[in-house]
Design a protein around this ligand. Structure first.
Ligand code: FE2
Length: 270
């Protein structure tokens, strides 16, 4: 399945210059263009922002509800416990979504490969063939593409579980939807839609995963920094390990995408 095929796309103005000219003539006659001011929109936006409540809240830590503050949260230095729990909640939400994104990507990979033959090269060959900087990640060596996809999926789930444990250790509730968790879930909705759409190609799906992995990398970097700042070196070590795995995911996904797009670019148009 090719992503870029010519067809009956009539969205562009160039398909009918004479009709466009007639439309512009009609606009000029019936409704001459006047400068557009967005001031009313802006005023409305400002009013809504001024009136708005927050996106959710942080629940009181489970340990506080029971009347005893756990050592973890009490020991946070220089970082607000609420902020820390909020960002942990955000990563929990994102790793959960990441697991589901890879579930959908694996289904797409299997469906397309059944129909067309393997649609992905092994991850390690991506690095040789596309001349990507750096070496193939050691963990991808000898894996089939399906094994690599399943391993990445398992790592996303492992990160989710590690974050849940970390939150519980601090006295937080990993099942609570924090404000940042809510916001990132809303922001990720389009990614889920792209990969779940039966019409999208492997390359288009990888493009959506690439957005997720880039966001994930930046999110883990920030969480590791916060843990360091809070004096939580054990957590910072765990987050640093997760970041290492996410860096590998990013390299593999961007390598695959590059290979597929380059292959398509080299295919003569029919
Ligand atoms: Fe990842």
């Amino acid at each position: 399945m090719e992503a870029t095929t010519p067809g009956h796309n009539r969205t562009g103005a160039a398909v009918s210059p004479s009709e466009i000219q007639r439309m512009q003539d009609a606009v000029n006659t019936l409704s001459p263009p006047t400068p557009i001011s967005t001031r009313q929109f802006d005023t409305e936006r400002l009013a809504y922002i001024a009136d708005a409540d927050n996106v959710g809240s942080i629940p009181p830590p489970a340990s506080l509800v029971k009347g005893t503050l756990k050592k973890g949260l009490a020991r946070l230095k220089g970082v607000s416990p609420n902020l820390f729990l909020d960002k942990l909640g955000e990563r929990i939400a994102f790793e959960r979504t990441g697991t589901r994104l890879y579930d959908a990507l694996i289904s797409k990979y299997l469906a397309l490969s059944n129909a067309e033959g393997d649609v992905l090269p092994p991850a390690e060959s991506v690095f040789d063939a596309a001349g990507l900087p750096g070496e193939a990640p050691a963990s991808a060596a000898g894996e089939t593409p399906l094994e690599t996809l399943r391993r990445i999926r398992a790592e996303e789930l492992g990160h989710f579980r590690m974050l849940c444990d970390s939150t519980t250790q601090l006295g937080g509730d990993p099942t609570a939807q924090t404000p940042c968790a809510d916001v990132i879930a809303t922001a990720s909705m389009g990614l889920v839609q792209v990969i779940s759409d039966p019409r999208t190609t492997m390359a288009q799906s990888l493009n959506a995963i690439l957005t997720a992995e880039l966001t994930d990398n930046a999110g883990w970097e920030l969480l590791e920094e916060l843990a360091e700042e809070a004096g939580q070196s054990d957590l910072a070590d765990r987050f640093s390990q997760a970041l290492g795995a996410e860096q590998e995911h990013l390299a593999i996904v961007s390598g695959w995408l590059r290979t597929l797009v380059t292959d398509e670019a080299g295919t003569p148009a029919v």
